[in-house]
Write a protein that binds this ligand. Structure first.
Ligand code: KIV
Length: 266
C-alpha cells in the first residue's frame, strides 16, 4: 500500500470512502493501527489525560508532543501522522511557526490547531511555509474553561451560523482538513458538504468524511469510569487489540459506526 498523503485523503473525500483516524501515542500501536488500515494516526494532546493522568489537556507541552510524535513515527507503516499543537503553543503566529517546526521535524505530516475563525491567520502562514494544518472546531478541549465543560457545541442557531462561516473561512485560508468534535449531526453534515477539504468527526454523526476516536476509549479503557456518548467499545466481541482496531476501520468504512446513538441532535 502506498503511504497515505493529503492527496489520498482528498481522493477519499471525493470518492465517498470514509477516512479512519485513531489517536496513537507510541510505536507499537502505530504499527498495529497503520497495518489495520487506519489512514491517519492522530498524536492528540488527549495523551495528557489518557497517558499522563491529568484532568484536562492543558498541561501538555510541545516537548511531550514531539516525543510521542517521534515514537509514533518509528512504528508507523504508511499512515499520515497528524500532531496536535498543545495549549498555548500557537498563541502567537511566531510560536505557531516555531512549535510546528518541532512537531514536523519529529515526524508529523500535518498539525492540528483548536479554535475558530481566528485560526485563519496562523493556518495561512503555515500553508505558505509548507505545513498542512487541520482546524479543530466545535468542542475544543483546550478551551474547556471558557466552554464551562465538555459540552456539545453549535446547538444554538447563532453558534451554528458562526461555525459554518468559520469552516468556510478556514478552508479559504488554506486549511487542509477540519475536525468537528461534539457538533449536532445535521450541522456537521452541512459543513462537510459545504467545504471541499476532508472533514473528520468525533461525536458529529455519520455524514462527515471520516471518524476519529481516542484509542483508549475504543478499547474500553477509562481512567474516570465515564465514557462519552459518542464512543463505541470495539474490544467487545474481539479477542485481540489488533482485531478491535480492524473492526473499527471496517465499521467506519461500512458506515456502521457511528450509529444513531453515538450522535447529537440540534
Ligand atoms: O487530542 C485528541 O485526541 C483529539 C481528539 C479528541 C479528536 O483532539
Amino acid at each position: 500500500m502506498p503511504d497515505v498523503t493529503l492527496t489520498t485523503l482528498q481522493s477519499l473525500k471525493q470518492s465517498g470512502e470514509k477516512i479512519a483516524m485513531l489517536t496513537c501515542y507510541d510505536a507499537t500501536f502505530a504499527q498495529a493501527a497503520s497495518q489495520a488500515g487506519v489512514e491517519v494516526l492522530l498524536v492528540g494532546d488527549s495523551l495528557g489525560m489518557v497517558l499522563q493522568g491529568h484532568d484536562s489537556t492543558l498541561p501538555v507541552s510541545v516537548t511531550d508532543m514531539a516525543y510521542h510524535v517521534a515514537c509514533v513515527k518509528r512504528g508507523n507503516r504508511g499512515a499520515l501522522i497528524l500532531a496536535d499543537l498543545p495549549f498555548m503553543a500557537y498563541a502567537t503566529t511566531e510560536q505557531a511557526l516555531h512549535n510546528c517546526a518541532a512537531l514536523m521535524q519529529a515526524g508529523a505530516h500535518m498539525v492540528k490547531l483548536e479554535g475558530a475563525g481566528w485560526l485563519a491567520e496562523p493556518i495561512r502562514l503555515l500553508a505558505e511555509r509548507g505545513i498542512p494544518a487541520c482546524a479543530h472546531l466545535g468542542l475544543t478541549p483546550q478551551a474547556v474553561n471558557i466552554l464551562g465543560g465538555y459540552k456539545v457545541q453549535g446547538r444554538q442557531e447563532a453558534q451554528a451560523r458562526q461555525m459554518r462561516a468559520d469552516a468556510m473561512a478556514l478552508e479559504q485560508a488554506g486549511a487542509a482538513m477540519l475536525l468537528l468534535e461534539c457538533v449536532p449531526n445535521a450541522l456537521a453534515e452541512e459543513i462537510s458538504q459545504a467545504v471541499k477539504i476532508p472533514v473528520i468527526g468525533i461525536g458529529a454523526g455519520a455524514a462527515t468524511d471520516g471518524q476519529v476516536l481516542v484509542l483508549h476509549d475504543m478499547l474500553g479503557l477509562s481512567l474516570t469510569g465515564r465514557t462519552p456518548k459518542f464512543v463505541k467499545n470495539f474490544m467487545a466481541g474481539q479477542d485481540s487489540i489488533n482485531a478491535a482496531i480492524s473492526a473499527y476501520v471496517s465499521a467506519v468504512k461500512s458506515l456502521s459506526f457511528p450509529a444513531a446513538e453515538h450522535g447529537f441532535s440540534a
